[in-house]
Design a protein around this ligand. Structure first.
Ligand code: SF4
Ligand code: SF4
Length: 347
């Protein structure tokens, strides 16, 4: 394990930014979102959730796929270039790292999404353990350790010192370079003990959070059709405004639409995020497969809690980040669904 004093962080960031683009949570106009680091920016490493999750780095909100150009009878097709420059994301929380693992299951499964794969191959995830998780967090339910997040590198901020542990070859390479530059120093036993104490303290906070121990057993042990046909959906969906906020801020939602933009002498084919909460989602020539908001609402949660785990060795497609808990304008969220359909004595 390595360490660096808090005051030296700008030098560490400058050293990383000298090698590759460096992104981290930045505070702008009262909101915290990922942005490219520079000495002039206000970093927000104390913030837990960014408004938008880091999924944009690998699955951007909108991206071109290819361009068709027509000249007379001749048509040329130029695919969009794949990402080929390394970049680092500093300060990702454990839930969002897990969110990227969920996206990997979708985009890296056969047939592999080359755009996503290229970005994943070039991105270095430098996670940061949470210090004081919020009441809306329930990552523990999905097996995330807020006190010990995954990633290529894991960091902890303890009493004015940043501790740094490389987890993968990619993380190890960057670590070696930064240590060789004299920016990271080896942490002694006292430092290791400080991190262990921090981990225990955070785990104790997580344990006491209101949603930390909600049970998912119902979703593991109940027949899919029984959950699908539950009369509880009838009440649950009613407050939903179909605004799509929950899907756009969610680190694991991965639905997209593909469209063509008429350039005048051809088309530009692009894809952009879509939401299963929208009435025209998956609209086809013959009509829609989900005609009511109840069906659309049910689809979102059945996918996260039943269909996705069924197809991915039990992995749920929610990571308990709590964004939908704090952002839904109708105070609807996945916790309400789990509580309503789940085992009530655990909540
Ligand atoms: S954020 Fe709330 S109101 Fe908006 S679509 Fe999601 S559940 Fe419905
Ligand atoms: S469903 Fe809600 S809590 Fe779960 S990962 Fe998405 S935004 Fe976070």
């Amino acid at each position: 394990m390595y360490k660096i004093a808090n005051e030296q962080l700008p030098s560490l960031f400058a050293a990383i930014a000298g090698r590759m683009d460096l992104y981290m949570p930045l505070r702008k106009n009262g909101q915290v979102n990922y942005g490219i680091w520079s000495r002039e920016e206000e970093t927000a490493l104390d913030a837990l959730n960014t408004v938008k999750s880091p999924k944009d780095f690998f699955f951007p909100q909108s991206e071109n796929l290819y361009t068709c150009y027509r000249e007379g009878k001749k048509i040329s097709i130029t695919p969009e270039e794949l990402a080929d420059a390394p970049f680092a994301i500093f300060g990702i929380r454990g839930c969002d790292v897990k969110g990227i693992e969920v996206l990997d299951k979708v985009f890296l499964a056969d047939p592999v999404d080359k755009f996503y794969e290229a970005r994943r191959n070039h991105g270095v995830l430098i996670s940061m353990a949470c210090h004081e998780p919020e009441e809306t967090c329930f990552c523990k339910v999905f097996g995330v350790e807020a006190q010990n997040p995954a990633g290529d590198v894991t960091t902890w901020m303890v009493d004015g010192t940043l501790y740094w542990r490389a987890n993968t070859e990619k993380g190890g390479k960057l670590t070696e370079e930064l240590a060789a530059d004299g920016l990271l120093a080896g942490a002694d036993q006292t430092g290791e003990a400080a991190v262990e104490a921090e981990q225990s303290s955070v785990a104790a906070i997580v344990e006491k959070l209101p949603y930390s121990n909600i049970s998912l057993e119902t979703f593991k042990n109940t027949e899919m059709l029984e959950l699908f046909n539950s009369p509880k959906w009838e009440e649950l969906y009613k407050a939903c405004l179909a605004c799509g906020t929950c899907t756009f801020i969610c680190p694991t939602c991965q639905c997209y639409d593909i469209r063509d933009y008429n350039t005048g002498n051809g088309i530009q084919r692009f894809r952009c995020w879509d939401s299963c909460m929208y009435s025209d989602f998956t609209l086809m020539a013959h009509g829609n497969i989900r005609n009511s908001q109840k069906e659309r609402f049910r689809q979102r949660f059945m996918h996260k809690l039943v269909y996705f785990p069924e197809n991915n060795d039990g992995m749920f497609s929610c990571v308990g980040c709590g964004r939908c808990v704090s952002k839904c304008p109708s105070s609807l969220n996945i916790v309400k669904v789990i509580k309503s359909l789940g085992v009530s004595e655990d909540v």
